[in-house]
Design a binder for this molecule. Structure first.
Ligand code: PMP
Length: 393
């Protein structure tokens, strides 16, 4: 029976990690893996999280089961940061904890399907797992162009997708810090997107995986708040794995916004049933640590400072790359200064990417995606010089 299974292509990024690990050059640079790195190239546990974990060890008195909704204190504590002052929009939003943002995206798609959605429009390129999840849940992906070649978002394409959507269609958008392009919609563009959703009644699926890593906690969700203020209902997937540095602890949340508060219990009960069949309940530890951080003013302050430092560092790297626009013509590095988050796409061909790896020890995805956080004071100049080398005529 099991010999019927065909071997699957190995994950390209994992293969890249292996190659990087085997490269003996001291000054090699890893721009592949999608995690934040400090100026020293490390991905440490947040100080605020360490304190919150210590508090958990000292005070947690049971590890008995929670329900499929997980730690509701965690999902509630996050809500003001995502949705603002009226965090439940008049009792119309409820959340549940999920295994990472991945679990939240899966639940959003599965719940949309249960409600009758058969197709999801999605800007491409996107996080590769979006298409995999849609296919696995059994929903058709309808692609549209996310970014234009000048490094800005293709507003016409997303508006055409929303206006062209059928009655059983949803549209999936990244809330901020688009993966893999770094290209976000401007606030004016979000305004137009919100109006298109409101006009058509198409269901928005909003995926927020890098909240606070772009321009600021409020700034990064200003766009999705415009959508939520304009539409009757929406599904929101959220990850704490980047902005609390919890990656392997798998910390996410899924929020449902209903037309009316009275409809929420039925919607939530469906999400609970789907979660039960998928993973029963989410892992507790990381969500409980985030709850501890957000309920303690001193820990919250420390978390906000840590997030500010990360964001400021990535903005510095982006500014340096943007200033190097003339040094590597044709790559439009200037656009990186206005883009957000961990990622950017460089229009390098396969040969140039191979030369960066072989001649310079610089590792990046075959798509040309770089993790901006892989650069720091000690290696950015080398990277710029290598780009100049592989792009010179
Ligand atoms: N959405 C997007 C756009 C992502 O890039 C990612 C992961 N990097 C996720 C969701 C899932 O994040 P998590 O690691 O929390 O599952």
């Amino acid at each position: 029976m099991l010999d019927r299974l065909q071997a699957q292509a190995p994950d390209a990024l994992l293969a890249l990690i292996k190659m990087h690990a085997q490269d003996p050059r001291e000054d090699k640079i890893d721009l592949g893996v999608g995690v934040y790195r400090t100026n020293e190239g490390a991905t440490p546990v947040f100080r605020s999280i360490k304190k919150a974990e210590q508090k958990l060890i000292d005070e947690q008195d049971s590890k008995s089961y929670l329900g499929p909704e997980g730690d509701t204190g965690f999902t509630a504590a996050l809500m003001p940061y995502i949705f603002g002052e009226d965090a439940t929009m008049g009792g119309r939003i409820e959340g549940m904890q999920t295994p990472g943002g991945t679990g939240a995206v899966r639940l959003a798609v599965a719940l949309a399907k249960a409600a009758g959605v058969t197709r999801v429009h999605m800007g491409v390129p996107s996080w590769p797992n979006h298409a995999q999840i849609l296919a696995d849940v059994g929903v058709e992906t309808v692609p549209f162009t996310h970014a234009k070649s000048d490094g800005t978002a293709d507003l016409e394409a997303v508006l055409a997708a929303i206006h062209g959507a059928g009655p059983n269609d949803a549209v999936l958008l990244h809330g901020c810090c688009h993966n893999p392009t770094g290209v976000d919609y401007t606030l004016d563009q979000w305004e137009a997107i919100a109006a298109a959703f409101a006009e058509t009644g198409v269901l928005p699926l909003l995926d927020i995986a890098y909240h606070g890593l772009g321009q600021g906690l409020d700034e990064d969700v200003a766009g999705i708040r415009k959508v939520l203020a304009a539409v009757p209902e929406a599904l929101i997937a959220y990850s704490c794995d980047k902005n609390f540095g919890l990656y392997r602890d798998r910390v996410g949340a899924f929020y449902m916004m209903a037309k009316e508060a009275s409809q929420l219990p039925a919607i939530v009960s469906n999400a609970n049933a789907l979660a039960r069949a998928n993973w029963s309940m989410p892992p507790d530890h990381g969500g409980a640590a985030v709850r501890n951080v957000l309920r303690d003013p001193a820990m919250t302050k420390e978390w906000l400072e840590e997030l500010d430092d990360m964001r400021a560092r990535m903005r510095r790297v982006r500014a340096r790359l943007a200033a190097a626009d003339n040094e590597a013509p044709g790559l439009n590095l200037a656009a990186l200064g206005d883009q957000n988050g961990l990622f950017a796409m460089l229009p390098l061909d396969k040969d140039q990417i191979a030369r960066l790896r072989e001649d310079h020890g610089i590792y990046m995805a075959g798509s040309g995606r770089i993790n901006v956080a892989g650069l720091h004071a000690g290696n950015t100049e080398k990277f710029i010089a290598a780009l100049a080398d592989v792009t010179k005529g």
